[in-house]
Design a protein around this ligand. Structure first.
Ligand code: HEM
Length: 391
């Protein structure tokens, strides 16, 4: 439904009339939070709304996440904070400086090649190679294994066709876990100073990371950072094709790229929702929530809430402040936000340098998922830049 229908009218009605709404299912149901301000409150209150049973609606409706308590996005409390703190050290702007340069170089090459092509598909020729390469570099995944991880990552959380099954997705997730299990085993004697090395060292330090925690967290970095960033990159070009006026403001330098990147992140909102479970009976905006109820926070609605964003249905690259919820908020705020920003900045910078314009040359194709949102295919033709722009 999220792939085939524009739900903005539905979200608008819900925000106005039933901001915390009960959505019944065949054997239960779940709460739908659509307002920005309520979403922030739920994100921040991990005591009342826990992630430890899962943070994706489909998983929560199917009995919960087997990685609960062992993987950052689906853990809470002191253990979550302890592991998060360690991993954050590897993802600060300073720690990412070297990788950032490689990302800019690689993205520039891909974009220059894309501009030279008559028939580029951004979802095939550019977007798959930037985020995956960045995370694989962070985890020191050998070059020859990356295609396998890309193919499994594409199946693990969403489908490019309407008939993708949960079984297919589960097999892909298992394949990724198995892969990291073999890779971690091969690195036991010389862990290295990348993030996988850091995780291996955490099994031997006072953190006493278990093997399962190691595997799940490596897997979570790959799945958390690959498809989401790809979708935001493809959605950025899609947005620019439809707004030549905003593209012109980027091209002339009128809008700083860093400001524009935040608006692209809001506009594309690759992660539609986050799920939680109420740990106690409580009330939320006047609705009675029972202990054990599933509560879903819809970023796709909160990021377009007029109470927070002026004229939210309009892409405005100069929007500032822009406190979007694309990376959530609170204790689970996206660990890879800095990396995702670097990757999007690299894309936009390369486009401004190499292209004068862009047009759609085929039908864009959306993903089928109620968790991830965006296009997996975007056929586009670029006009090469007449004069090279230096930054
Ligand atoms: C958490 C979105 C890029 C790794 C999250 C959450 C969101 C999110 C919404 C919070 C989930 C929740 O509260 O249940 C995105 C988007 C991205 C992106 C839209 C790209 C545009 C990345 C990258 C990485 C990454 C590049 C890896 C380097 C993670 C991890 C968490 C997380 C490990 C869990 C943090 C925690 O629970 O403490 N992300 N993410 N993400 N993200 Fe991202």
């Amino acid at each position: 439904m999220h792939a085939e229908r524009d739900l903005s009218e539905v979200w608008s009605l819900l925000r106005e009339q039933e901001p915390v709404a009960w959505h019944p299912t065949a054997d239960g149901g779940f709460w739908v939070v659509s307002r920005y301000e309520t979403a922030v409150r739920v994100y921040r209150d991990t005591e009342t709304y826990t992630s430890s049973r899962g943070n994706v609606l489909a998983t929560l409706l199917n009995g919960g996440d087997p990685a609960g308590g062992k993987m950052l996005p689906v853990s809470d409390g002191p253990r979550h904070m302890q592991i998060r703190r360690e991993l954050l050290r590897a993802l600060t702007p300073r720690a990412l400086a070297g990788l950032g340069e490689r990302i800019h170089d690689a993205t520039r090459r891909l974009v220059v090649e894309a501009v030279a092509r008559e028939d580029c598909d951004l979802g095939r020729d550019v977007a798959p190679y930037v985020p995956l390469a960045a995370i694989c570099d962070l985890l020191m995944v050998p070059e020859e294994d990356r295609e396998l991880l890309l193919s499994q990552s594409k199946l693990a959380l969403a489908s490019e066709t309407p008939d993708g099954t949960e079984m297919e997705a589960r097999l892909a997730r298992n394949e990724i876990l198995l892969y990291f299990s073999r890779l971690a085993r091969s690195r036991q004697d010389a862990p290295g100073d990348d993030i996988l090395g850091l995780l291996i060292q955490m099994t031997r330090s006072s953190v006493a990371l278990t093997d399962q925690e190691l595997l799940y967290n490596a897997y979570s970095l790959l799945l958390g950072g690959d498809e989401t960033t790809r979708l935001s990159m493809i959605g950025t070009v899609h947005a620019l094709i439809h707004r030549p006026d905003e593209w012109a403001r980027l091209k002339t330098g009128e809008v700083p790229i860093a400001t524009a990147v935040e608006e692209f992140l809001r506009w594309t909102t690759p992660t539609l929702h986050a799920g939680r479970v109420a740990t106690t009976d409580t009330t939320l905006d006047g609705r009675e929530i029972a202990q054990g109820d599933i509560v879903t926070i819809w970023n796709s609605s909160a990021n377009f809430d007029p109470a927070q964003f002026d004229d939210p249905g309009r892409l405005r690259l100069s929007r500032s402040p822009n406190r979007h919820l694309t990376f959530a908020q609170g204790p689970h705020f996206c660990l890879g936000a800095q990396l995702a920003r670097i990757e999007l900045t690299a894309l936009v910078t390369a486009l401004v340098e190499a292209a004068d314009g862009m047009e759609l040359i085929g039908e864009p194709k959306r993903l089928y998922s109620n968790f991830l949102s965006g296009f997996h295919s975007l056929p586009v033709r670029f006009a090469a830049a007449a004069a090279k722009k230096e930054f």
